[in-house]
Design a protein around this ligand. Structure first.
Ligand SMILES: [Zn+2]
Length: 131
């Protein structure tokens, strides 16, 4: 028992956990937060990146073979893999921005509400500035 790191409760996720998450990632079963951690690790860890890449290729190949082979296409899944990864990352960045925007709107609303309350109660008359 020498691994000091914890799972999702902790900040750091071990390589073993990442590798364990690969099937769920490929099936699109990871939650937004999990996926974020997962991709972050993949980008910073060569070993896990290659592990995912290998799994991705196998996954794609199986899907490909399952399909009608007359459909054509190539077995070169490597560019596809990078593209998929980038798309997932873009989605995460977009979601993060939406989250941040929501927070800003919430903060503004609260601030406005606070001013209104102060104004109504006469503690701080903001309407005086415009009167
Ligand atoms: Zn790793």
């Amino acid at each position: 028992m020498s691994t000091p790191e914890t799972g999702f409760t902790g900040k750091l996720i071990t390589c073993r956990e990442i590798v364990g998450m690969i099937p769920d990632f490929l099936d699109g079963k990871l939650s937004g937060r999990q996926q974020e951690h997962f991709l972050e690790h993949i980008r910073n860890c060569r070993n896990c990146y290659e592990e995912l890449e290998t799994n991705y290729m196998v996954n794609r190949t199986i899907n490909y073979l399952d399909q009608d082979s007359r459909a054509g296409g190539s077995f070169d899944f490597k560019p596809m893999f990078e593209k998929d990864l980038e798309e997932q990352e873009e989605k995460i960045v977009k979601n993060r921005k939406i989250r941040e925007l929501r927070l800003v709107i919430l903060a503004c609303t609260l601030l406005l509400f606070l001013f209104l309350v102060l104004d109504v109660t006469g503690i701080f008359s903001i309407t005086a500035f415009f009167g």
